[in-house]
Write a protein that binds this ligand. Sequence first.
Ligand SMILES: Nc1ncnc2c1ncn2[C@@H]1O[C@H](COP(=O)(O)OP(=O)(O)OP(=O)(O)O)[C@@H](O)[C@H]1O
Ligand SMILES: [Mg+2]
Length: 259
Amino acid sequence: MGSRYRGVRNLSAIEVKNLTVRYDGYVAIEDVSITIDHPSLVVVMGPNGAGKTTFLKALLGLIPYNGTVSIFGKSPRKVRDRLGYLPQRERINLNVPLKVRDVVLLPLISRKTGIKRYDVKRAKEALEAVGMVDFWDSRFDSLSGGQQQRVLFARTIVTDPDILILDEPFSAADVRTKLALIDLLHKLKREKTVIIVLHDINPLVECTDRVILLNRRVLAYGTVAEVITEDNLEKLYGTKIPVIRQGPVCYVVGGDRHA
Ligand SMILES: Nc1ncnc2c1ncn2[C@@H]1O[C@H](COP(=O)(O)OP(=O)(O)OP(=O)(O)O)[C@@H](O)[C@H]1O
Ligand SMILES: [Mg+2]
C-alpha cells in the first residue's frame, strides 16, 4: 500500500476552521483555526483538561464538532485509513489473550483476505522499529506498561499512515525507550505529518516545526522560538516557567512537571 502523499511537499495536511467541541454543553475547545503543513511535526501543549485529547479526536473525526476539519482536502472519516492514532494511555481489553503479533496485525487484517504473508513482514518491521520484535509470540498482557506502549506505537505505524496523531506517547516510556521513539519520530517526520501531544517538549525541540499552545482556545501557534516564551508559558500554565534559549532552540526548565 503506497502512500498517495509520499514525496508531496508544501501541501496543507490539515486545515481546521472555527473548530468548537462541546460535551453536553461544556465547551472543551473553542474556535480553533489552524493550518498544518505536510510533512511536518507539530507539538500540542497545554495543561490538564485543556482540550488536547479532544482536539486530536476531532481531527480524527471520532467526536462530533462544529466548524470544519479538512485533511488532504477531505473530511477526517474519508481519510481514516491514512491516519495513525496512538491514544493516551490506551487500555486494550486485557481479558482477551492477545499476543503481541495480534495487536500489531489487527489494523492490517482485511475481512476478505485475512492475514497475508506481506502483513506479517510489515508487522515484524514495525515491531523491529520499536525494538519489540523479540516479543512477537508473547502475551500482550504479560508486558510492562512501557513495553505495551512500544507495541501500541508499532500498531500505530504498521499501516504506514501519512499522518500520525500521538497522544502523550512517552508517558510510560523509560529513558532508553523514549530516546528510541524520538529517534524513530525524527525519521518518520521526513515524510509524514506528526501531531503529538507532549507535556515536555524538550526532547523534540530540535525537530519540532510548529507548536500549538492550547487551553480551550489557541493561545499561540508558531515555531518553537516564537511560541515557547516565558510569557506564553505563564499564560498557559498560570505559573512562572523559566525558558533557556540556545541559538534557535529553547528548553523549558522543568518541562516535564506536568507529565
Ligand atoms: N467524554 C467526555 N464527556 C464529558 N466531558 C469530557 C469528555 N472528554 C473530555 N471531557 C472534558 O473536556 C475537557 C478537555 O478534556 P481533554 O481530555 O481533551 O483534556 P486534555 O488536554 O487532553 O487533558 P490531559 O492533559 O489531562 O490529558 C476536560 O474538562 C474534560 O473533563
Ligand atoms: Mg489528554
